[in-house]
Design a protein around this ligand. Structure first.
Ligand SMILES: *Cc1c(COP(=O)(O)O)cnc(C)c1O
Length: 353
């Protein structure tokens, strides 16, 4: 604490990301992709220093947004690009959720939402997951507030995804406030709600290049929605930093979108490894929640989650453990390469014996 901090800054509880270790470990703690990005990305990097570095970036990320729009079958004006989807989410909180009314959110979901709520002074109305560890869309829809609804689909850190039909049923009910669906993990087997943005002007879908496109280091995220919602985000962005997405990120993002074959191959590998990991964890006696993401959430009925976490860490394997009610006994394990997952299973076998 410092006397120089404003009361609002003193009251903040910042988000704590999974650690990025300096030494080489098997890193299964922050849902990164184990495979390299599309080969075209390397070519862009080599040309970049000579052609682009001395100039300011395009403040509107026109070319990247056009490429995203084409891949989603929407207009360029329905796409917003930002410095990682975390930044897009921050803009969305400012643009749509600061109404002086509570925001409806699940109790267990991406832990950055409560951080932004505090930063922007947004009160949360938290709704528990149902008995199957699913986001309770009925509860989110029933609550009446003027602020909005936010959740991740697939949800984090559970991995459960609602079907498109279920999401549409929510949108039929909630028409008077923004519904933000965070699709950070949608490419690992869930159905995207992007097509619904054409029919529901209050739906904003966010996504990221960090997970399924192996570009966590470049900080690139986006939102798709009606023109009025995208304009709301642009108003916030242009009042904060007119150049959030740098030229390198713009070029690299386009290069990644231009290689759908690499994208498909990569996500299929991750999905196959996830199912293999799931069945091997089950063989060891773990309960594993069904996941449509690039991680699984698992607990062992006979072993303490924090102890397993510490034991893996000693063996050079990082996974994620959350000190949060209901999650204390779980480990969230990112899906790495098959070799990495073999090492994880071997280490868990030793810890359990
Ligand atoms: C990883 C993650 C993000 C953030 O993605 P960035 O684009 O890297 O900022 C957003 N939402 C959820 C649910 C995530 O897991």
């Amino acid at each position: 604490m410092s006397q120089f901090w404003s009361p609002a800054v003193q009251a903040l509880t910042p988000y704590v990301p999974g650690e990025q270790p300096a030494e080489r470990v098997i890193k299964l703690n922050t849902n990164e992709n184990p495979y390299p990005p599309a080969p075209g990305v390397g070519k862009v990097l080599r040309e970049f220093a000579t052609d682009h570095l001395r100039l300011y970036p395009d403040p509107t990320s026109q070319a990247l947004r056009a490429a995203l729009a084409e891949s989603f079958g929407v207009e360029t004006q329905q796409v917003f690009a930002g410095n990682g989807s975390d930044e897009v989410l921050a803009f969305a909180f400012q643009a749509f959720f600061c109404h002086g009314a509570p925001l409806d959110v699940p109790t267990i979901t991406y832990s950055f939402y409560p951080v932004y709520a505090k930063l922007y002074g947004v009160e949360l109305r938290q709704h528990p997951l149902n008995e199957q560890w699913e986001v309770d869309l009925d509860a989110l829809a029933e609550a009446s507030s003027r602020s909005g609804v936010i959740f991740a689909n697939p949800n984090a850190p559970t991995g459960h995804a609602h079907s498109l039909a279920t999401l549409e049923a929510l949108l039929e009910r909630v028409t008077d406030r923004v519904v933000l669906i965070d699709e950070a993990y949608v490419d690992f087997g869930a159905e995207s709600a992007v097509a619904l943005t054409q029919r529901y002007p209050n739906l904003l879908v966010t996504g990221t290049f960090s997970k399924s496109r192996s570009l966590a280091g470049i900080r690139l995220g986006y939102a798709v929605g009606s023109r009025e919602l995208i304009e709301g985000l642009e108003r916030v962005k242009d009042s904060f930093n007119s150049y959030p997405v740098d030229s390198l990120a713009n070029c690299v993002g386009i290069a990644a979108l231009e290689d759908p074959a690499h994208f498909e191959a990569c996500r299929e590998r991750v999905i196959t490894s996830r199912e293999r990991t799931r069945s091997r964890l089950e063989t060891l006696g773990f309960d594993v929640l069904p996941s449509k993401a690039n991680f699984v959430l698992a607990q062992h009925p006979a072993f303490d989650g924090a102890q397993l976490f510490a034991g893996l860490r000693e063996r050079g394997i990082l996974v994620r453990h959350f000190n949060k009610a209901g999650l204390e006994n779980f480990l969230r394990i990112t899906i790495g390469t098959d070799d990495e997952m073999d090492s994880l299973i071997e280490a868990l076998e030793t810890l359990i014996r």
